[in-house]
Design a protein around this ligand. Structure first.
Ligand code: HEC
Ligand code: HEC
Length: 328
């Protein structure tokens, strides 16, 4: 009895609050979080272990762009994660070593804001960026190099060895793990604040009336059940909740052992087509309608899908320097 009373009082109180509150409060209430403007606050999120230094970031960027980390010397991380193109390759399924297609017909997700994800990869099999970076180098369909060969090549380039010493210490061992960790540290800086963040951080006029309407609809339709937090995604979630995804049979990807799939970030989403784990949907409004069908059992009209897309475009962020570095 008492519990019921407390509960109904809380519900009334919170709905009054919600009614009176601004869109910003509603967004926060729904679990949406802005990228902090304050550098110290941001570093608490992107660098919990305190590994980021300017020297390591510059070195990691060189390694990210260096094709010598692939067996035939033709492919780098940047081949599939183009920094000027939303951090993706823009094709349905990635093509790596000697033209090999991803055997599971998997689409390359973006490296931008990946630092905010709880897990890495579509099936969440990797815990962080440093661990993740070891995967593609060794993957037969991506860079196809061995740990030994990768570290041998870097150790044979004196300017690299000296950069590693400057970035760590004079007695640093330039192992495969150190190489991968340094790439991961660089990726921790690939954060793209946008007008959406400016709005949530208090700049009322950062979004237009239409964009605000889109944000409201995005929340009211239920998208924030999964696309929440600072990345608007990045957590493992069920897929195909209300009906089957029409293209499930393209490739053999079925999620993790529980059938969960990582909800992709929606930041920079207008730049990262084609969509879904197998890259089967080209157009963003169609992807939004598909989500309504397969996740929420709602038929999102074309007009509403366009409104949501208008909001999603406010997530296109300001990128850090994307210029290719000079390699040693
Ligand atoms: C041949 C294309 C290709 C290359 C080269 C490549 N990647 Fe990827 N990357 C992919 C694909 C495809 C996935 C998704 C694989 C999966 O989930 O199983 C992916 C996933 C990722 C993710 C996880 C993002 C997320 O949303 O979970 C990160 C981070 C990443 N790659 C960084 C890198 C780094 C660092 C390198 C270089 C060491 C690299 N990639 C090289 C295609 C590539
Ligand atoms: C129950 C959780 C859940 C809900 C609710 C949900 N999504 Fe998703 N969303 C996901 C998952 C999981 C994926 C990845 C599915 C896949 O590719 O296999 C995804 C993928 C997407 C993609 C494609 C992203 C990419 O990079 O390929 C877009 C766009 C998207 N969702 C937007 C929305 C919108 C808009 C809504 C509300 C109408 C919504 N989602 C509701 C979990 C959800």
């Amino acid at each position: 009895m008492i519990i019921t009373k407390i509960l109904s009082v809380t519900i009334v109180a919170s709905s009054i609050l919600l009614g009176a509150n601004s869109l910003v409060e509603q967004a926060k209430h729904n679990g949406l979080v802005a990228i902090p403007t304050d550098t110290t606050e941001l570093l608490k999120l992107t660098d919990p272990k305190g590994t980021i230094t300017p020297e390591r970031v510059a070195l990691g960027k060189q390694l990210f762009f260096d094709t010598r980390l692939s067996l035939d010397g033709k492919i780098s991380c940047h081949t599939c994660h183009l920094l000027d193109a939303g951090g993706v390759d823009g094709i349905p399924t990635s093509i790596g070593h000697r033209g090999t297609q991803n055997p599971h017909h998997i689409n390359a997700p973006t490296v931008y804001n990946a630092v905010f994800f709880e897990r890495q990869f579509w099936d969440g099999r990797s815990p962080d960026l440093e661990a993740q970076a070891q995967g593609p180098m060794q993957d037969k369909a991506e860079m196809a190099i061995t740990k030994e060969e990768a570290s041998k090549r870097i150790n044979a380039i004196p300017a690299y060895v000296s950069s590693f010493k400057k970035a760590y210490s004079d007695d640093v061992k330039v192992t495969f793990e150190t190489i991968a960790n340094t790439i991961g540290i660089y990726e921790r800086t690939l954060v793209t604040p946008s007008r959406y963040d400016d709005f949530l951080n208090g700049q009322e006029d950062a979004l237009t009336k239409e964009e605000k309407e889109g944000l409201k609809l995005f929340m009211e339709t239920g998208c924030t059940a999964c696309h929440v937090g600072i990345a608007l995604g990045g957590k493992m979630q069920p897929f195909d909740l209300s009906s089957d995804f029409k293209y499930n049979d393209v490739g053999d990807f079925k999620g993790d052992k529980d059938g969960l799939i990582k909800a992709p970030t929606l930041r920079n989403i207008s730049l990262t087509a084609p969509y879904f784990h197998n890259g089967t949907v080209n157009d963003l409004a169609t992807a939004v309608k598909t989500m309504g069908e397969v996740q929420l059992l709602v038929d999102i009209s074309d007009v509403d899908a366009d409104k949501i897309v208008t909001f999603l475009k406010t997530l296109d962020g300001r990128k850090p320097d994307t210029k290719a570095p000079v390699l040693p």
